[in-house]
Design a protein around this ligand. Structure first.
Ligand code: NI
Length: 250
């Protein structure tokens, strides 16, 4: 079984999400996590999870939501956790690529959502762009479990995260020829800390780079991980299945 731990197939880039699900199943992707990043997409993730038994939902408010009515929205977010298919909080985190001028607000917003996760005993799905050091500084002493989605930091930093029990989400970027650092991460970090993901519709792996991504393409990520580690795809899949069980309890 292949697992896509991070997708957004409710995105308007897809004409029909049901066809995308069908294609995923044909390609042995038997479990998926639909991830929200604002109110609208969190609801869409829940809707999708309620429709398909093998799809689960994560709800969260991306750092770019920090300029909205955050108290109201955080309260709303916590209510969403009553939905039985919600298994994580995310994507949440820091994004200095989006805007550097709200660093402090972003940190505070991130911490508040970590508190919600802890209070409800749920793992977090972390979005971190151009902010790896600050993300680490926040997470290093937190009693929370989670995954660094689409990990793009250094190998040195990866070691520090896994030392503290965090998982690293590996996506299509690992298949890019020049992605040396992430290939090193995959090679030298134990499989017990890696998860497969697509971030569909973004970050499409080789050989479909440039096209719209979809969960069915998770297999190219798995193949690359297997190739780098010199093990079979079946072995990679069974390890990741185990990791998903441990982290998300699914
Ligand atoms: Ni994403």
């Amino acid at each position: 079984m292949i697992i896509d731990t991070h997708m957004h197939i409710f995105d308007e880039k897809y004409q029909n999400p049901d066809d995308v699900v069908e294609e995923a199943l044909k390609n042995d992707v038997k479990k998926m996590i639909a991830v929200g990043y604002d109110k609208k997409t969190s609801l869409q993730a829940i809707e999708l999870a309620n429709k398909y038994e093998f799809i689960y939902a994560s709800v969260g408010l991306h750092p770019s939501e920090v300029l909205k009515e955050i108290d109201e929205n955080l309260e709303w977010l916590e209510k969403c956790l009553n939905e039985p298919k919600v298994i994580a909080i995310g994507e949440i985190g820091l994004d200095y690529y989006w805007d550097k001028s709200f660093k402090e607000q972003q940190k505070m917003f991130f911490k508040k959502q970590i508190e919600i996760a802890k209070r409800n005993n749920l793992p977090i799905i972390v979005h971190c762009r151009d902010a790896i050091q600050d993300c680490f500084d926040i997470l290093k002493d937190e009693k929370v479990s989670g995954v660094l989605h689409c990990y793009s930091g250094s190998y040195e930093m990866a070691k520090e995260f896994v030392k503290r029990g965090f998982y690293l989400g590996i996506g299509g970027v690992v298949t890019f020829k020049n992605a040396n650092e992430i290939k090193k991460v995959v090679k030298d970090i134990d499989l017990s800390f890696l998860l497969s993901e697509t971030d569909s519709p973004y970050l499409t792996p080789v050989p479909f780079r440039g096209k719209i991504n979809q969960p069915a393409y998770t297999k190219y990520v798995v193949m690359e991980i297997a190739n780098i580690k010199g093990v079979s795809c079946e072995y990679v899949c069974s390890k990741i299945e185990n990791n998903v069980k441990k982290l998300f309890k699914i």
